[in-house]
Design a protein around this ligand. Structure first.
Ligand SMILES: Nc1ncnc2c1ncn2[C@@H]1O[C@H](COP(=O)(O)OP(=O)(O)O)[C@@H](O)[C@H]1O
Ligand SMILES: [Mg+2]
Length: 224
């Protein structure tokens, strides 16, 4: 599903260059569940952003689902982001004025789904994630775990083959974190490919494979 060769990303900071990614070779198969760990600043988010087509490498190649990502134009990239990739962030990124259902429906606005169908699909997903009694609540009326469930529902609404999550439990207490990880496990059992960044060992134990990064490089990549 994913293959990178010699992926490099550097940033000019002050008078010097920071090598956020330094020649990363990575292959991820369909159905995998991968945790990415490593100290702060080791390049985890930079890697996720490139894999999610939110950022482009300075060097190297990235193939996603048989497509050479660096050859795609902006329109094709945004189509890939919308159709093939679901994102979950530490800080949820929900729109505060919209209800749970409306937040989940958002990605469907850019596809040609009709509104009634979109609403039913969003309600169905939220119900599946245990939020059937919170459909019409706004984010500030929901707990952290409920907000993250809404964000996960939104990320899955287009049925993307790849789910990317950058510290998805970073703002959650440990009980709620475990619930989110059980949800990820269940999604993965259903075939969802998942790549998540975490700095917590306990969260990483849910994944099947563990990648450790340091100084922009993959230091270790092994089964969990
Ligand atoms: N937009 C940017 N501009 C300058 N430096 C950046 C930028 N993004 C990331 N970096 C630097 O690249 C390195 C890796 O960052 P990041 O991928 O966010 O690490 P992590 O997610 O593992 O904490 C860090 O040294 C960070 O300061
Ligand atoms: Mg980060």
């Amino acid at each position: 599903m994913i293959r990178t060769d010699n992926l490099c990303r550097r940033f000019h900071v002050g008078d010097s260059w920071v090598h956020a990614l330094d020649s990363v070779d990575l292959a991820i198969d369909e159905g995998d569940f991968v945790a990415v760990m490593g100290p702060s600043g080791s390049g985890k988010s930079t890697l996720m952003n490139i894999l999610g087509c939110l950022d482009t490498p300075d060097d190297g190649r990235y193939r996603l689902l048989e497509q050479e990502v660096e050859l795609l134009d902006d329109a094709e990239l945004s189509r890939i982001r919308n159709v093939h990739i679901g994102f979950v962030f530490q800080s949820f990124h929900l729109l505060p004025r919209l209800t749970a259902v409306e937040n989940v429906m958002l990605p469907l606005r850019y596809s040609n789904t009709d509104l009634l169908q979109a609403r039913q699909h969003a309600e169905h997903l939220l119900t599946r994630l245990g939020l059937d009694d919170r459909l019409h609540h706004k984010p500030n009326q929901l707990s952290g775990g409920q907000r993250q469930r809404v964000a996960i529902a939104r990320s899955l609404v287009n049925q993307p083959p790849l789910l990317l999550a950058d510290e998805p439990t970073g703002n959650l207490d440990s009980k709620t974190s475990d619930e989110i990880m059980e949800l990820f496990t269940e999604l993965n059992r259903g075939g969802q490919t998942i790549l998540m960044v975490t700095h917590e060992d306990e969260i990483a134990t849910y994944a099947r494979r563990l990648i450790r990064m340091r100084d922009g490089k993959i230091e270790d990549d092994s089964l969990n």
